[in-house]
Design a protein around this ligand. Structure first.
Ligand code: ADP
Ligand code: MG
Length: 243
């Protein structure tokens, strides 16, 4: 079980995360929904230490890290155990698909070149891009780039996989291929937190859905509970997707 406790984060005078906490069971798929600006990305970024939280902690495998006083070793522990899939893919443009996947295996996991390459090829096969291994991001469609992004993240075998609106930068016709891949990896007993505006999708794949509002968890429940919730803010938010 992963325990996230009391994350606080301000940018200047603006308090963006107000004591957010969450327990995630092993193998659990938790989706995070909420309006733009409610703090969803910041929440994931703090977990991955891309952003330094002002307070709060995370416990993975009984090791607890306090975000605001994490030392080098603890930061490396977080990077080793969490991996992020970004809305904008965030691939290295000067590296091929294969090299993008190898990068974290080499620099974070310290795996030798041959093994890293082997693993990259295996993962490219998994995401159906074996024939694109030596292509650069600019030579790939958005959907293909994101599938490389997902392969790169799962290559790290993270204890917690974080996905931040993985399909919102894609042309509509490319969304399906990426959602299908996410659905596939969600079924593999991975522990994941996924921020998404694909509500129907979230209802289908999630064990639990968190609704964030103004830097707090406003409502949390199973997909069924979310659908039938009487929470006013949540219903107002869901309604905007039904039009
Ligand atoms: P969401 O992902 O839910 O749309 P974000 O976490 O991106 O929300 O942003 C939450 C709030 O924090 C917003 O008001 C945003 O403008 C602010 N914010 C996010 N990142 C920064 C930053 N690096 N510097 C200043 N303000 C930021
Ligand atoms: Mg965001």
């Amino acid at each position: 079980m992963i325990k996230i406790r009391n994350i606080q984060k301000s940018f200047g005078d603006i308090e963006v995360l107000k004591n957010i906490g969450l327990d995630v069971e092993e193998g659990e798929v938790v989706s995070i929904i909420g309006s733009s600006g409610s703090g969803k990305s910041t929440f994931l970024r703090c977990i991955n230490y891309l952003e330094k939280a002002d307070g709060g902690s995370i416990e993975i495998d009984n090791s607890r890290v306090g975000f605001n006083r994490a030392d080098k070793k603890e930061i490396s522990f977080l990077r080793n155990n969490t991996a992020m899939v970004f809305q904008s893919f965030a691939l290295f443009n000067n590296k091929t698909a294969e090299e993008n996947i190898m990068e974290g295996l080499r620099s974070v996991k310290k795996i030798n070149k041959e093994l890293a390459k082997e693993k990259a090829i295996e993962l490219l096969e998994k995401v159906n891009l074996k024939d694109r291994s030596s292509h650069y991001p600019s030579q790939l469609s958005g959907g293909q780039q994101q599938r490389v992004g997902i392969a790169r993240a799962i290559a790290m075998e993270p204890k917690l996989l974080l996905l931040d609106e993985p399909t919102s930068a894609l042309d509509p016709e490319l969304v399906g291929e990426v959602l299908n891949l996410i659905r596939e990896i969600a079924a593999e007993n991975r522990t994941m937190l996924i921020v998404t505006h694909e509500i129907e999708f979230a209802l289908k794949i999630s064990d639990r859905i968190i609704f964030m509002k103004d830097g707090k968890i406003e409502y949390s429940g199973t997909p069924t509970e979310i659908m039938f919730s009487k929470n006013e803010s949540l219903n107002k938010f869901l309604k905007t997707f039904k039009e």
